[in-house]
Design a protein around this ligand. Structure first.
Ligand code: DGL
Length: 274
């Protein structure tokens, strides 16, 4: 039985990834889940993010998914390794769970001329140091500077991404990042929510600096993965159907999610952690 590709995020952010994935791979079916009832994940402990993410992954498996993408940097940083190395081999040896950090780290240094890269992310992603480790794994000489932006996800989730309140927090964190090294010429938006802040971010970033969202990078990497793994690709349904699920209000999800996805959404409610 063929099944959709699962796309998971703590809330709405993964929709910015799904949007690019659907552009790149329009024929596949997708099942999106936002754990809005328990978002944000970015300020939660390692154990909590792992537990929430593992519950979500098992839910996808119960829906028949063979491949699940953690379209959330925080979940990728804090839960992916345990799921891939401990849980899957014992419990679901044929299923696959992929994250967003490695595919981004594999490519991000190609954007930089000075080899000084700034990372903007949640506190959880920054503290995990996953980007430092992963980028150095592929690009030994690249220097990586991080800045946690704990207020950005709440601003975005509450529709305040274009408000004067956003000006203050966006400017503050851009300044704090760039102060770490004036040679930074590339800023990675290492949180899937942040693309909504791009117009605001561009107001405070000097024009010679590239601001890189992850959507296209992840979409291209998934296309490449499915080509290299036909045994997984052939288990994925291809009827161009997208199903949206949320653990919180479907009314909110339909309204706010449409802003992230760029199209109308009709979501279903599901429960996790029962
Ligand atoms: N969108 C998630 C990420 O990419 C973070 C949002 C949250 O804090 O829940 O890290």
């Amino acid at each position: 039985m063929k099944a959709p590709i699962g796309i998971f995020d703590s809330g709405y952010g993964g929709l910015t990834i799904l949007k690019e994935v659907v552009n790149q791979l329009p024929n596949y079916d997708y099942l999106y889940l936002g754990d809005n009832a328990r978002a944000p994940y970015g300020t939660r402990s390692f154990e909590t993010v792992y537990q929430y993410t593992w519950e979500a992954v098992q839910w996808f498996f119960n829906q028949g998914c063979e491949l699940v993408i953690l379209a959330c940097n925080t979940a990728s940083a804090k839960a992916l390794r345990t799921i891939q190395q401990i849980n899957l081999p014992h419990l679901y040896p044929t299923k696959r769970v992929l994250g967003v950090i490695r595919p981004t780290a594999e490519i991000i240094a190609h954007y930089s001329t000075t080899q000084n890269i700034g990372i903007l992310a949640t506190t959880g992603t920054v503290n995990s140091e996953s980007y430092l480790l992963e980028i150095h794994h592929f690009f030994e000489k690249t220097k990586v500077y991080q800045e946690a932006c704990p207020m950005w996800v709440p601003l975005i989730e509450n529709g305040e991404y274009d408000s004067p309140g956003a000006d203050y927090f966006v400017q503050k964190h851009i300044q704090q990042l760039l102060q770490q090294n004036p040679q930074i010429d590339t800023i990675l938006l290492a949180c899937t929510h942040y693309p909504l802040l791009i117009p605001k971010i561009m107001e405070f970033v000097p024009s010679h600096i590239k601001v890189v969202p992850q959507g296209k990078i992840i979409a291209e990497s998934l296309a490449d993965y499915l080509m290299r793994h036909p045994e997984i690709a052939e288990k994925c349904a291809q009827n161009s159907q997208i199903t949206f699920c949320t653990t919180d209000s479907t009314v909110d999800f339909n309204q706010k999610g449409a802003i992230f996805f760029g199209k109308t959404i009709k979501s279903q409610h599901i429960l996790l952690g029962q």
